[in-house]
Write a protein that binds this ligand. Sequence first.
Ligand code: ZN
Ligand code: FE
Length: 763
Amino acid sequence: MKLERYRVEVNGIVQGVGFRPFVFKLAQGLSLKGVVLNTSGGVVIEAEGTTEELEAFVSRLISDAPPLASIDTISIEKLEPAGYGEFSISSSIPGISLNTLISPDITTCGDCRRELFDPADHRHLYPFINCTNCGPRFTIICGVPYDRGNTTMKDFVMCPVCGAQYREPADRRYHAQPLCCHDCGPELVLTDREGKALTDPINKAAELLATGSIIAMKSLGGYHLVCNALDGDAVDELRRRKYRDEKPFALMAGDLDIIRKYCVIDENSVQLLQSAAGPIVLLPKKSASILPKQLAPGNPDLGVMLAYTPVHLLLFSKETGKKTECPEILVMTSGNKSDEPICYEDEDAFNRLKGIADYFLTNNRPIRTRTDDSVIRNFRGKEYFIRRSRGYVPAPVTIDRTILPADLPSVLALGGELKNTFCMTKDNRFFVSHHIGDLENIETLQSFEEGIEHYKRLFDIKPTIAAFDMHPAYLSTAYAQTLKDIAMVPVQHHHAHIAACMAENNLTGDVIGVAFDGTGYGEDGNIWGGEFFTGSYVHFQRAAHLQYFRLPGSEAAIREPWRVAASCLHQFGYKLDLPGGIAAKKLSLVAEMLEKELNSPLTSSMGRLFEAVAALTGIKTVNRFEGQAAIELEHAAAGKIGSSYCYSMEENGNNCVIGIKGIIDGILADIAAGIQPGAISGRFHGTIVNMVEEVCCRIKREKGLNRVVLSGGVFQNMLLLSECLDRLELQGFKIYIHRKVPTNDGGISLGQAVIAMARQSNF
Ligand code: ZN
Ligand code: FE
C-alpha cells in the first residue's frame, strides 16, 4: 500500500481551543502517523497514511473541528513519506507564536455544565470550572504566547489532578490555560459592604437577592450590579443609587423557558442566546408580562441573556442546597455609576460600588481587560450588533484581500468619540476592539490608550498609518496628534460609517451610501448626520443631505430635544409653542440664542430631526440617556408607517438639499387636527422612507449606481431599517447593512481603517 505525507497548514482561531488534541485523536482514529504543532500562523500537521486515509483526515479536520475553532484557511502540500513511527503532539515553538489569533471569552460549555452538577466529578459545584472549549480567554490574557504564565491565572499553581489533565493530549483540558479546581483555583467570596466575609457565598447570595438586596457581582469582563428583576422596589432602589433613571436594565435568566415566560422569542434569537458568545439579546416583551415597567420604561423590548459563567449557573441552580431559591430572573446591569466605565478591578469596584451595592460576590481571579456584555438583536435571521464586545472580541473582521491594496499596510484607526472602539490591522485581519465607551472622562481615555498598547503587543502590530476622525475636538483626534513616525489620515465621520459597512460586505467600486446618525463633523465644519454619498473608500461625494437647522445650546440640544424642536419652529416662522411644560424662561432664552445665532451650530443630523419630532409631538422632550427620544418615537409608531409628509429637493450644484419645512408644517397641522402622536410618528417614518427611496432613485438615474449601503446609529431604528430595505428592494436596488460591527459609532473604526489603507496605497 503506497503511503503519502500531507503537510497541512491551518490558520484561524486554532490555538487555545483544543485543536491539537482534536487533531491527535482524529489522526489516531485513522491510524495516521505524524505530528501536530502550533506555529506562528496557526497549526501545522504532518500526517502519513494512504491517500484515502489522508483525504478522510482533511475533510474531518474541517467538519469535526472543535466548537471554538474558526478556520480561516487550510493549505495542503503533498510530500514523500518521512517515516514517522507514531502520531504525536509537539510543543509549540517558543517565541514565534505572535501571529495567532486569541479566542474570545466563551460561555460555559455543555460538558462543563454536566460536570458542574455531577456529584462524582472532581469539579462538582466549582464556580470556575472551564476547559479548552469554554471559559475566560481575552479577559485574562496579559501577553503572548497564550500560556498560563501570560494570563491572570499565573499565580495559581495546578494541583496534581489538574496538572495531569493539562498534560494529557486525549483530555478535554489538554493545555487549557485557565484550568483549575477547588484545590488549586480561584475562590468565590461574598462580603458585605464593610468587606466582612459571609459563609456559603452562592446560597447566601441567592437568598439576599430573593429578599431585595443589591449585589455587585464579578463576572468575566467586569462587575455587574444585580437585583431581583421581579421586585419593583429593588429595581427602583438600584436606579436611584446608580443615578440611572430610565435607561433599560439588562436581565439574566438561568434557562430559556424563563425568558420565554416574559419575552416573545424566535428561533434565531434562541440561537443567539445560546451561542458560545452569550450576548444580551434584545427581545420584545410579552404584553401580559408581569415584570416591573421600570426595568425598561417606555421601551417594548428587553435585553436578556442566559447565565454564562459557572457562578451564574450555580446561582440559578436548584442543586446547591439553597434554603431560599434565587429569583428566576435578575437585573444584571453594568457595575458603574451612570455613564462611567464598568468596574473590573476588585479594589476599585469595592470603592466605587459600595454606595450602590449591599454585598459583593467576587473572587481572586483578576480581570486583565475590561469587557462589557455584547448587545445584539436578530434582524431577518441574522445578527445585528448594538455593541460588539465580550464573546466576540478580539476575533478580527477578516476582509477579502481583493478589495484591499496588495501591500496591506498596518493601520491603527482610533474610532469616534461615543461608543468608541479602535481598530488595528494586520494583513487582511481587522481587529476591531472591545467596546471602550464614551471618551469623555479620564478613565475611559486611559483604557483607550492602554487597550491600544495591549493590542499592539498581543497581535505584534506596529502600525504605520493612523486614521482618526476629522473632528478637531475629539479626544481620539488629540491622541492621534501625539503619535510619532506614523502617517496621519483624517477621515470624515460618515464616510467611515459607509466604508465600514462596505468593507464588512466585501464591496468595492462606487456605491450609494446613506449615513443617518446623530453627530459627525462635516467637511464644511457643520455637524452632519442626514447624508447621501456616492463614492468608495478613497473618495466620496456628498450627493444630498438634510437642510441645515440649528442646535441651540450645542451639546445641550442633544440632551434636550425640545431645543431642536424649538429651533425648527423658529426656522420656519412658528411661535415657540411646545408640549411638555418647558419653562417660558428657557424658551425665551433659546429664542434669543437662535435670533442671535449664539452657540447654535448648524446640523443636517437625521438623529436630531427624529428627536425634534419626538419633542414636537410631546412623546419625549428631554433625553435621560443618549437617543432616548428617537427610540420612543420609533416605538410610538407601533410598527406602522403612514403616508408621507412633504419635503422639498433643491439642487445646489452636484449636491441636493432636502428641505424639511414641509415635514414640520405637516406635523404641526396634524397636531392641530388632534392626530395622535403615534400616527404622526408613523407618518414621519413614512416620510423618511420615501426620502431614502426618492434620493436613491435619483442618484441611480444620474450615476447609474445600484448598490445602497445603509449605516449610522439611526439605523438601529428597526421600523426605519425594515421599511427602507423593503422599499429599496422593490426599486431593484441591492442593499447592504451591517452584520459584523455595529451600525452605530462602535463600527466606524473599521471604516476609518479601510479608508486609510486604501488612501495611503492610492488603491
Ligand atoms: Zn486542580
Ligand atoms: Fe456616527
